[in-house]
Write a protein that binds this ligand. Structure first.
Ligand code: PGA
Length: 253
């Protein structure tokens, strides 16, 4: 059985005190073997939060990184730095990074390779715009994103990649894709991965849905065949709702 990964993406929210208080409130959370609870926090808090979650079931992730190990890249953070402070996961190619910071499928691919070189688990985001959905381009668009993102990885690395399907029109809008639509795309993603590698490898890949996930819709999303968790923005900012999302995963195992 695949893992269920519930990841909270805080984006550019919270003061240090608020971040630490959140972790204090969720650190009693117990996940069973199949479930992972991850908080993707802003860079300045990562080190202190990693220390706070030691001996707990919560993991700390970064929201992006550079693909180079070091160099003259003012303002950037490298995979070496994240690994050094004990971060476990990193979001790569979130649609906001693609839209506002010119990330491309090619830089996403470089970052995924860099993540594996430093033992970080990549959470690779893909998803279509509303215009692409309306033009029936969703599946071809996603196929291109996935093929380039995973290019050159070993089967083992692909099996350990988390893919987050996040339709851009559903992010932060309160509009969730129906669980059937979301599952259809997630199943399509698994087929693409199977074509690149093998069915056996594709069966191991954790595919999350993201876009206005909240305690009210998580059960239905997780009840589908190919959705193995969620990448959650707004509803991950409050400890109580993050706990409810993780408990929805615990219930299934
Ligand atoms: P949302 O964000 O849950 O607030 O829609 C999801 C995301 O951007 O990862």
């Amino acid at each position: 059985m695949r893992k269920i990964v519930i990841a909270g993406n805080w984006k550019m929210h919270k003061t240090k005190q608020e971040a630490e208080q959140f972790i204090d409130e969720v650190k009693q959370l117990k996940t069973n073997e199949r479930v992972e609870a991850v908080i993707c926090a802003p860079f300045p808090y990562l080190s202190s939060l990693v220390n706070k979650v030691k001996q707990t079931d919560v993991k700390i992730a970064a929201q992006t990184m550079h693909f180079e190990q070091s160099g003259a890249f003012t303002g950037e953070v490298s995979p070496v730095m994240l690994a050094d402070i004990g971060v476990s996961h990193v979001i790569i190619g979130h649609s906001e990074r693609r839209e506002y910071y010119h990330e491309t499928n090619e830089t996403v691919n470089k970052k995924v390779h860099a993540a594996f070189s430093h033992h970080l688990t990549p959470i690779v985001c893909v998803g279509e715009t509303l215009a692409q959905r309306e033009a029936n381009d969703t599946l071809t668009h996603i196929e291109k994103q996935i093929k380039i993102a995973l290019d050159g990885l070993t089967d083992e690395q692909i099996a350990n990649t988390i893919i987050a399907y996040e339709p851009i029109w559903a992010i932060g809008t309160g509009k969730t894709a129906s669980s059937a639509d979301a599952n259809e795309v997630c199943a399509h993603i698994r087929n693409i991965v199977a074509k690149i590698t093998s069915e056996q490898t594709a069966e191991k890949v954790v595919i999350q849905y993201g876009g206005s996930v909240k305690p009210e819709n998580i059960d239905e999303l997780l009840s589908t065949s190919d959705i193995d968790g969620a990448l959650v923005g707004g509803a991950s900012l409050e400890p109580a709702s993050f706990i409810q999302l993780v408990e929805a995963g615990n219930k299934l195992s």
